[in-house]
Design a protein around this ligand. Structure first.
Ligand code: GRF
Length: 219
């Protein structure tokens, strides 16, 4: 039986982070398998990166309320028996019951240097603030939006003349290696989260790991 980690990905859109995961697996750089892609958008392009039996997508409009959608998503997700659940461009807030059900194995990639710019429009907000640097974070998910403990970050410079689009492109280019490097540590069992405190190799992590130019994480 395979011992590779079973990764499920939640995605609402394009799926470039999912593609990065699949490419890393294919290249032998990530000892894992993408067992499912789940979406709140039945037409999400991300779904097409995996075989149909590994897809689940429903519109929340078909459900009575947020909790019943979350329960259906959670049941489908549990059926794929994931070791790790990765939110990669999943644009819907996950309710507390869902988060509790997958606690400790639920991570998200967010396009900002958290705790800065939780929520939407992060690139425009970094530009408006006149920040010299921007970036992306991989964090554990808690019920409060984008507020969970940050495992790792990657930084990019803000260049003169940047628009939200050019800045988003520069951030996306580091998101992919950041997500892969984070997943390498997670699937290797090097990271544990206990009540909001992260431990790496058994030691408390007080500041996020940083991605270096070679695509490796450093403490
Ligand atoms: C990424 O910037 C991710 O950080 C954000 O949404 C975007 C998704 O991109 N949450 P993709 O669907 O992985 O291409």
């Amino acid at each position: 039986m395979s011992t590779r980690s079973r990764i499920a990905v939640l995605a609402s859109g394009r799926g470039s982070n999912l593609q990065a995961i699949l490419a890393a697996i294919e290249a032998g750089r990530l000892d894992a398998e993408v067992v499912a892609v789940l979406s709140d958008k039945p037409d999400a392009p991300a779904l097409h990166h995996v075989a149909s039996e590994r897809r689940w997508a429903r519109s929340p409009k078909a459900f009575a309320d947020r909790d019943s959608f979350d329960a259906a998503l959670g049941d489908a997700l549990a059926g794929f028996r994931p070791d790790w659940v990765v939110c990669a461009g999943y644009m819907r807030i996950l309710g507390p019951a869902f988060v509790a059900r997958f606690a400790g194995r639920l991570v998200n990639i967010h396009p900002s240097l958290l705790p800065l710019y939780k929520g939407l429009h992060t690139h425009a907000r970094a530009l408006e603030a006149g920040d010299a640097e921007h970036g992306a974070s991989v964090h554990f998910v808690v019920p409060e939006l984008d507020a969970g403990t940050v495992l790792a970050q990657a930084r990019v410079p803000v260049e003169p003349g940047d628009s939200p689009e050019t800045l988003a492109q520069r951030v996306l280019a580091v998101e992919h290696p950041l997500l892969i490097a984070s997943l390498q540590w997670l699937v290797a069992g090097r990271v544990a989260e206990r009540e909001g405190q992260l431990e790496v190799d058994g030691h408390p992590l007080f500041i996020p790991l940083r991605l270096d130019c070679a695509g490796k994480l450093n403490g």
